[in-house]
Design a protein around this ligand. Sequence first.
Ligand SMILES: [Fe+2]
Length: 195
Amino acid sequence: MSPLPPPVAPAGAPVLPPPPPETPAAHTAEGPGQAELLAFVRRAAADTALVATLPLDPEGRTWLRLDGPGGSEAWLIGWPPGTGTGWHDHGGSYGAFATAAGSLREDSLAHRLPTDGRTGTTLELPEGVDRTMELNPPQGRAFGPHHVHQVLNTADHTHAVSVHAYYPPLPLMRRYSRSGQALRLEQIERPEDWQ
Ligand SMILES: [Fe+2]
């Protein structure tokens, strides 16, 4: 997919400055910032009574909706050994997550993807954009609105539990498949698909 060419202004038209780049701050005028989301997920991940309310299933991931701060969307998630999310983004929402039990690996891309792709679009990633982070309790991380990642429990026997928060509440998630440096947009999920 190639970006659209810039619009050409008609002769004599005033030249407008380009719009400011989108930043997380653009979303935080009314909602919680990334630091507040990170503080929330760390606090919730350390709340052993809360974490104990999550039913764990050895056959698959489990979820419990939480009340996130400032209207954010939050989840407590259980990960049996060997489970993961697959590559995805968060539809323009920013967020944070923290490990409450076990250990999680996050693979992410230090590369901004176009956000207007259609399903079936394949993007060739540059070399050197892969990042990997191991998150053990009480470690967490915040991420921006263009973050693309996958989260996995790579343990052989140990269940993992984590807390996630997003703002604005997820409008959609784009799911990708990956083969080498080729990232293919497979599916766009809406909230009704996971609630
Ligand atoms: Fe995610």
